[in-house]
Design a protein around this ligand. Sequence first.
Ligand SMILES: NC(=O)c1ccc[n+]([C@@H]2O[C@H](COP(=O)([O-])OP(=O)(O)OC[C@H]3O[C@@H](n4cnc5c(N)ncnc54)[C@H](OP(=O)(O)O)[C@@H]3O)[C@@H](O)[C@H]2O)c1
Length: 406
Amino acid sequence: MTSFRVGLLGHGTVGGALHELLDARAGAIEATTGRRPEVSGVLTRSHGDFQEILAASDLIVELIGGLEPARDYLLRALRAGRHVVTANKQVLAEHGDELFAAAREAGVELRFEAAVGGVVPVIRVIHETLAAAYIERVHGIVNGTTNFILTEMARTGESYADALRQAQELGFAEADPTDDVTGKDAAAKMAIVARLAFGARLTVDQVDYEGIERITPDDIEYAKELGLSLKLIGTAERVDGGVSVRVHPAFLYGAHPLAAVNGSFNAVTVESTAITEITLSGPGAGGSQTASAVLGDVISAMIPPAVPPGPAAPVEPVTDVESAFYLHLEVADRPGVLAQIAEILGLQGVSVKSVVQKGLGADARLTIVVHPARESRFLAAVGLIGRLDFLRVPPRWIRVIEEVFE
Ligand SMILES: NC(=O)c1ccc[n+]([C@@H]2O[C@H](COP(=O)([O-])OP(=O)(O)OC[C@H]3O[C@@H](n4cnc5c(N)ncnc54)[C@H](OP(=O)(O)O)[C@@H]3O)[C@@H](O)[C@H]2O)c1
């Protein structure tokens, strides 16, 4: 087995998390790719030498951010024939032409999944999965900071300034949030998306962008009354033979797939006649989440073209998972029935969340929702309830998915 040497430029939030993840997953990656990834060197402001790391690496990961020296390091790595992975939207939006040309000339990979949408696989889906589709429009929530602020304003009625302060305290906004709240960060991401989806060469300055600083709680309240929610939306679309790329706050109707995307989550909708529409959503930032997207790119660069999965190891399937349930019962309408059912559920450790009772002549229909419980315990309770003499028909039950994405 040979090693695959990965040079790390930057060892902050994402770089540090990547280092840990790479060490933890090295064995599994070796099993899949036949090569064991190892960190060949780390560069920070105070540590390491770029030229030495380059000479000792098969692939360079750039997690410094900003334009310089990131651009210089990326170009030098590509020209030296190294694969490159970056999460840096600014440098790609500003110097994409130069960087992609250098990668093409050297015949190496330049991968950047984490630059747009964090761990949401927007880049791969547009560039690879939908390579055959004629994409007409991409729009999305590509900045978690602003989505968190708008979500908090809608939830609590607080002002933009208060919601921003809270985002900073919780680590969802930087000390200097300018690029996020003005829409500039989203504009850089949409410029990258437009390049991939339409082959459009655009820099951030050519994207029309507007931020959320002027939004007041009244705007949001008004939207709520109309069943609308307010989001900072980035759009890249084909219009009249050209391409329009823009970022601005927009109201969405409740049924829109982006309307339900709350908190710091990101989501992107891709539209094309061939596929109708695909929406992808998930965490847009965070050290370990972003590192996971970066490591996915490293693995892809290790195995071009993709190889089938390696041999699978036997595992014990888990069958007795936790779930919430809806339980439907038809019973004789007489005193004590509900108490007896609740007692049987309680003895199995299953607690009732809500009950709706409706009269059916001499009988009654009970629809009960229970909190998550081990399926085996719930089914044991249902078995006992099914034997009660006041039951008119066998119990019916359906699982309830209670996850709330915020
Ligand atoms: N954080 C996220 O959730 C997230 C999400 C998506 C994408 N990204 C992108 O990921 C990249 C890294 O972000 P981050 O949050 O990890 O940044 P960070 O925590 O600020 O870390 C930056 C790292 O780069 C090093 N560095 C800065 N200037 C340098 C220079 N001139 N020479 C050498 N090293 C230098 C820093 O060194 P010191 O340790 O010496 O300060 C630090 O280790 C950025 O492009 C960002 O946009 C981040």
